[in-house]
Design a protein around this ligand. Structure first.
Ligand code: ADP
Ligand code: MG
Length: 346
């Protein structure tokens, strides 16, 4: 990946030199961040709000494949994935810590690329980098990010608050990240067979971006606040729509019914799924990594939201005994499972 670029051995800098080198460009932006990098612990001021903390661990070969993930995107996405969890609590993220494990194959330039992506995400979402840890790794790259956010005590939204007859809403569109991944995997196989062939990603930019460069939906949290809507329950779509609905159902002790024809799909997602012989609905239900927000609102709030094109009502909350169901385009009722739904019964 960085064959032709300049390489500086990390050992030349030493651990503290490396930390300084990587973090010197990060200035503190939020008044909540009292002390960032440089002491034994960061000091944060919640200003009377409740504190939200979420961590993700990303392992090379398990969560990402450096054959097609540019390092700058990896850094960017690692932050987004984490911020998404804070937004899913209806809070605002304000800082992160970043811990990395580096194998000897990584030159300084490679780590710099990761930090460029982290910096981009921090600047775009107004996040402070307030700490982390750095270590050698025997094999492969490890990145763990912790994000810290704040929310007013009366505004925090759990997965458990859905009420019967609430409307189920989702932001943006679904399935794109998964279909984008299928294209990247396909091009990787072609490349491995014949390195002369350049990847053919033409006309696929949106879904490739959905996979490589997801954007956490801070804007949706802000929108809901503007509209004076507090969702009754909320989760971010990391594992696929079906799996997230099952989480809301279980934790709220309710059932859900969704309508296949309401699931928002981008035309490129739809067409590319078809090209690849995949069912676009299954891609949305089981694909994951869309990082959209899935939430329930009371019916009274519907009028405040109905003109917003970026939020789609896809179903409603039922009683627990009704289970989690999808009404298909042909009006058949299917049970939702964590793998999406049983496509064979169609
Ligand atoms: P300690 O010995 O207490 O673990 P370190 O020497 O590892 O401290 O870290 C020094 C400072 O640099 C701390 O503020 C720490 O949070 C920060 N830091 C270490 N590694 C990273 C990293 N990869 N990214 C950002 N900050 C880091
Ligand atoms: Mg340390």
């Amino acid at each position: 990946m960085f064959e032709n670029k300049e390489k500086t051995e990390i050992n030349e800098l030493g651990e503290f030199g490396l930390i300084k080198h990587l973090t010197s460009r990060f200035a503190i932006k939020n008044s909540e961040s009292i002390k960032g990098i440089g002491d034994d612990a960061a000091v944060l001021d919640g200003k009377g709000k409740q504190v939200l903390i979420s961590t993700d661990l990303l392992l090379e070969g398990i969560h990402f494949d450096l054959a097609y993930v540019p390092l700058i995107h990896l850094g960017y996405k690692a932050v987004q994935v984490n911020l998404s969890d804070i937004y899913a609590m209806n809070g605002m993220a304000s800082s992160i810590t970043v811990s990395i494990g580096l194998s000897s194959k990584f030159p300084l330039e490679a780590v710099e690329e990761i930090y460029k992506g982290i910096e981009l995400a921090c600047n775009r979402f107004n996040i402070d980098l307030v700490g982390g840890d750095t270590s050698a790794s025997k094999q492969g790259l490890v990145i763990s990010i912790t994000s810290i956010g704040y929310v007013d005590a009366d505004k925090v939204v759990y997965r458990s608050g859905a009420n019967e007859n609430d409307l189920l809403c989702v932001s943006g569109d679904l399935g794109g990240a998964y279909v984008g991944l299928q294209i990247l995997e396909r091009e990787k196989l072609i490349y491995l067979e014949n390195p002369q062939i350049q990847p053919d990603l033409e006309g696929k930019d949106y879904i490739i971006e959905r996979q490589l460069k997801p954007e956490a939906r801070k804007d949706v949290v802000a929108l809901l606040d503007d509209l004076n809507i507090k969702p009754t329950s909320m989760i971010d779509v990391s594992d696929g729509l079906a799996s997230e609905i099952l989480h809301l159902a279980e934790q709220s002790g309710k059932g859900f019914t969704i309508y296949e024809d309401k699931i928002p799909l981008d035309p490129m997602t739809y067409e590319t799924a078809r090209e690849l012989g995949l069912d676009p609905t299954v891609c949305a239900l089981s694909g994951g990594e869309d990082y959209e927000l899935l939430f329930t609102i009371s019916q009274d709030d519907y009028k405040k939201l109905k003109n917003d094109v970026d939020v789609t009502v896809i179903g409603h909350v039922t009683d627990k005994n009704s289970g989690c169901k999808m009404v298909s385009k042909s009006d058949q009722v299917h049970e939702l499972t964590a793998q999406g739904w049983n496509a064979f019964k169609r």
